[in-house]
Design a protein around this ligand. Structure first.
Ligand code: FES
Length: 173
């Protein structure tokens, strides 16, 4: 029997994989996608939402917002995550501020940028770890941040499908 849920199935079995698939496809998890996944699996939306918000890897909500998540748990902190956050704050402060415009103009505008400190991303041996949009970067150095931010803003990392990690294990592609 063909199963449009593919590897995911029903209930909570494979729910994480389904959420990851959706995030790779869209770059984020919209409320509509969470509702659809819940309906497909015959789960309460609150269960799906709870799982999606529990894991730091998921970006939920507004596609026009680029969220940068910097791990500041001990291993990444020791590897310099605080310097990365300071550098990111300086870079983001230099970006042009929001201006008015039509809905269509808003759709095509570069996303707003939000920086978040998050707990361990499970990559302690390759710290510091940073997620920019949907892309995970490992062993990040502050001198790399201008390019990574520029790439995310230009290439739509907030919305574009992207692998969680690149082939060299650092997430750079
Ligand atoms: S402490 Fe940052 S990934 Fe584990």
């Amino acid at each position: 029997m063909s199963n449009r849920l593919g590897q995911s199935g029903r209930g909570t079995t494979g729910l994480l994989a389904a959420l990851r698939d959706e995030q790779v496809r869209r770059g984020y998890l919209s409320p509509e996608a969470l509702m659809r996944i819940a309906a497909e699996r015959r789960l309460s939306p609150s269960v799906v939402y709870g799982v999606a918000t529990f894991y730091h890897e998921f970006l939920i909500g507004n596609v026009r917002e680029l969220v940068i998540r910097v791990c500041d748990s001990p291993s990444c902190h020791l590897a310099g995550s605080e310097l990365l956050i300071e550098q990111l704050e300086r870079l983001v402060a230099r970006l042009p501020g929001p201006v008015g415009g039509s809905v269509d103009e808003l759709e095509h505008r570069a996303p707003a940028v939000r920086i978040e400190r998050v707990g361990c991303l499970g990559q302690c041996d390759r710290s510091p770890a940073v997620i920019i949009g949907s892309r995970l970067y490992l062993k990040v150095q502050s001198r790399e941040l201008p390019l990574l931010l520029q790439r995310a803003l230009a290439g739509g990392d907030a919305a574009a499908p992207a692998p969680a990690q690149g082939g060299d294990g650092r997430g750079h592609t």
